[in-house]
Ligand binder design. Sequence first.
Ligand code: 5AD
Ligand code: SF4
Length: 440
Amino acid sequence: MTAPKKLFIKTYGCQMNVYDSERMAEALGPSGYTEVSSPEEADMILLNTCHIREKAAEKVYSELGRLKGLKAAKPDLKIGVAGCVAQAEGEEIMTRQPLVDLVVGPQSYHRLPAMEARARSGEKVLDTDFPEEDKFEALKSRPKARRGPTAFLTVQEGCDKFCAFCVVPYTRGAEVSRPVDRIRAEARDLVERGVREITLLGQNVNAYHGEGPDGRDWTLARLIRELAEIDGLARLRFTTSHPNDMDDDLIAAHGDCAKLMPYLHLPVQSGSDRILKRMNRSHDRDSYLRLIDRIRTARPDILMSGDFIVGFPEETDQDFRDTMRLIEEVQYGQAFSFKYSTRPGTPAAERPQVAEDVKTARLAELQGLITTQQRALQDAMVGQTVGVLFEKPGRQPGQMVGKSDHLHAVHVEATDIAPGDLRQVRIIASGSNSLSGTLI
Ligand code: 5AD
Ligand code: SF4
């Protein structure tokens, strides 16, 4: 019997890291670990890191610096770095921050228990391989703990697109899709444990091409239609998609698959053809806009979400205006926008850079426009009736909060709702970050 120990995981970055952190906690269960919510209590601290932009990696180093005191007070404390910074920096992390005991890349999480044991015996351990074995199979969750109403499920990992700004193809490696029956088994297991909404995850999720039970490669649309058959599963979502991989069936599924929610995150990055070319995006402004038209024809009320980068190398004012015009045309319900951040080893890192103050000004202007659109689309929900999946009590007594079909936060005054209930709600008001409504 292994001695009970406490694990604290801090997660940075995307939803895939959230999913990975859950798997890491489960993998370390048999080594005696239970998760705790503060680093002070922990016998092991794992930072699950993100490398997508500069500041993210810097944050990790400063967080590690802050852990010095804890480690000095508790010499048995083990500190590990996981995620994409671990993959990208490897041994460098231990050189730069000697208090780190363990460095593990995203493809090696199933090896964590063995790594932890070696770290316990005083070794410094590093694993950033891209091993051949199926890490998901090895990470299969053992404990049948009850879950909340929503969950992530990774179906695809890695990316072969090589956008000129992006580190993902280097940190997460080549595109790999999990087989359909494994995903179906995991989805059924989640539903048995109380999950009603599953978000399928992948860096390039709509490029999914996992092996189906018939031995052929299945598309994401086919996978979604299959998962929609699971009784008790009420909602499906997927993220993140690339415009070039939105095939006809996936577009059609938004119109005819009732469990697929009317929300789509479809990053475009820029509205300028010149910049899109330099970004190696392999789609242009017009093809993106036509694609959105087709999606909206299939599902008129779909809420669009996007990612934007401002200040990509050589971006002129005119290029930026083109992006602003594209945003005006699309009308986003949600968007994530970033200043271009130089990632060593990516093609764009070598090119002439845009001045920092120009990036700052463009970002502020773009975010202003997005906020206005977001708010307008949220306000337009007032008077409508939407499905809401309730997740937890709200801040006020007697209040429950959940997410609408369109992923808006909604709160309702009601005493007879439990987490996991899916109810029809009439929206009566729109606040700064959420909607409020009454049960039908
Ligand atoms: N600089 C700024 N933003 C980036 N993204 C990816 N790489 C960079 C970078 N080097 C953004 C893209 C992507 C999102 C996840 O992060 O918009 O869609
Ligand atoms: Fe990065 Fe997405 Fe481009 Fe892949 S498609 S390189 S993950 S931005």
